[in-house]
Design a protein around this ligand. Structure first.
Ligand code: GLU
Length: 510
């Protein structure tokens, strides 16, 4: 029987969560839900020097906004806690001792200067990326090169040390990655990574492996950048006699910038004008503020749908997937090996699609802060109706105000191209005649206005295109837009007439 599915999202609280991290969380979440498994959050905060205040809350809020509910985690609890690595120090001690006792790890006392000296010498000897390894370690200060007594006295003295992995020479480490297939590494290319420090803190590698084992993690789904660490992780399982517990590794493709050249970075976002973080981020001193998808007006459903497609596809042309659809359809088998190019236009498209499925009330609610800060004085009923007219043309809820500005305010200017092409003596004549007709419409609604308009066209044997663009231009200032009859109903007879009068006075052609 296969192991029950238990997956973890294991971010380090070193700053705001990049969308690459959110996608990792999403794939873990989808995989857990699809397989009736557990989705766990583990905070990997062993590197105190990189700890950033507020980052853990940011991670939690991001997961919440996306709708990825946790089964276990720091604030949720669970049978395998604590879920913050800084609270698990005692646990790692036991494992590092096991590694030391079995000879799979050793103490190293080298100072920063000594390490630097070694690297310098190696470089001079023609090794471009020097390593602390099976060859160099014999010239360094460690428990493999020093006498037992020396080692003991250094430890008793309270000298600073690290514990390093004793990587064997010339062995092949193999594992089957669910996305990449068989991966094999020769240990000659691995260095004796630091696993533990004398301050009592493990490094990422040790803590990660020990916790995956103790938390019964079945699948490790994480970014490609961790692939080079995987052989060390597999070796650590072996060193600890836990080979049968090696999880299934799944290394996700990178998210690339829109040019497909390199990992998508904050710099790319700044350069091209889009966020790379789910939520706005402010550092604890409130000095740095970085924009997020949420505050830019994106819906979480759209954001999640778009993210799912960055590295995965369902194998057909369907593009709109609710989170439920994603859970039903997702499989690791359909995750790509190659990097996924980020496409902000597609993100905008997704937001548009999801906005259309919202009710007018929901859209107005979403835009409420923008509306209250604007000069709009219309009542709620009017705003709702305006929303229903403009809804098909907006990308963000707050676009009601910009895209639909003509529904709230008379035009300040008139679209030049339409003026040039459609505002002429003939159309001016029609507008003048229509003013009289409009005055005669008693019950001023879209149906009656439309009826009047078509009767006018028929009676004067004139085409729609000779009259409507001029009418639209005069009332909205634009060359295109939603149904003019709906717009006129909303504006009301008085406003329509006043705009037409203004247009006749103000539009200058040629
Ligand atoms: N703490 C690592 C990170 O920040 C987790 C890598 C892993 O999932 O093993 O991404």
């Amino acid at each position: 029987m296969s192991k029950p599915v238990r997956v973890r999202f294991a971010p380090s609280p070193t700053g705001p969560l990049h969308i690459g991290g959110v996608r990792t969380a999403l794939y873990n979440y989808l995989f857990a839900r699809k397989n009736n498994g557990k989705f766990i959050l583990r905070i990997e905060d062993t590197d105190q020097s990189r700890y950033v205040e507020g980052a853990e809350d940011y991670i939690l809020n991001s997961l919440k906004w996306c709708g990825f509910d946790l089964d276990e985690g720091p604030n949720v609890g669970g049978d395998f806690g604590p879920y913050r690595q800084s609270e698990r120090k005692e646990i790692y001690k036991e494992y590092v001792q096991k590694l030391l006792d079995s000879g799979n790890a050793y103490y190293a006392f080298d100072t920063e200067e000594e390490l630097e000296e070694m690297r310098k010498k190696m470089k001079e000897a023609g090794h471009p990326s020097p390593q602390y390894n099976n060859i160099t370690r014999s010239n360094m200060k460690n428990s493999l090169s020093l006498s037992k007594e020396d080692v003991q006295s250094r430890i008793n003295n309270g000298d600073k040390y690290v514990v390093r992995a004793n990587i064997p020479r010339n062995e092949v480490v193999k594992f089957e990655d669910k996305i990449r297939g068989w991966v094999s590494f020769n240990t000659n290319f691995l260095d004796d990574k630091v696993l533990y420090k004398s301050d009592g803190m493990p490094t990422y590698h040790l803590a990660n492996v020990v916790d995956d084992y103790l938390m019964n993690i079945s699948h490790v789904i994480r970014g490609e950048e961790w692939l080079p660490s995987a052989p060390l992780h597999v070796l650590l399982y072996k060193f600890l006699g836990l080979e049968e517990f090696v999880p299934v590794y799944c290394h996700l493709p990178l998210i690339l910038n829109p040019e497909g050249k390199g990992k998508l970075s904050k710099r790319d976002g700044d350069r091209l004008g889009f966020p790379v973080f789910p939520l706005e981020w402010k550092d604890s001193k409130q000095e740095i503020s970085i924009s997020g998808y949420k505050e830019s007006g994106f819906l979480p459903e759209a954001f999640v749908n778009m993210l799912a497609f960055l590295g995965w596809n369902p194998g057909d042309s369907k593009e709109i997937f609710s989170i439920k659809d994603l859970i039903n359809t997702f499989s690791l088998e359909r995750v790509n090996k190659s990097g996924a190019r980020y496409n902000f236009q597609k993100m905008l498209w997704y937001n548009q699609q999801y906005l259309r499925s919202k009710t007018d009330e929901e859209l107005v609610f979403m835009a409420k802060d923008f509306i209250s800060k604007s000069d709009i004085t219309h009542d709620d009923k009017y705003i709702l109706k305006a929303t229903s007219i403009i809804k098909e043309r907006i990308t963000f809820a707050h676009d009601i105000l910009s895209e639909g500005a003509f529904l709230f305010f008379p035009p300040q200017s008139y679209d030049e191209k339409t003026v040039r092409k459609k505002w002429n003596s003939e159309s001016i004549l029609h507008v003048n005649s229509l003013i009289e007709k409009i005055k005669q419409v008693n019950d001023f609604n879209a149906v009656n206005v439309e009826k009047m308009f078509h009767e006018y066209l028929k009676a004067n044997e004139v085409g729609f295109g000779k009259v409507m663009p001029a009418l639209r231009l005069a009332i909205t200032g634009l060359g295109m837009g939603p149904s003019m009859f709906l717009i006129m109903e909303l504006l009301g007879k008085k406003e329509v007439l006043s705009r037409l009068d203004n247009a006749l006075l103000n539009i200058v052609n040629g």
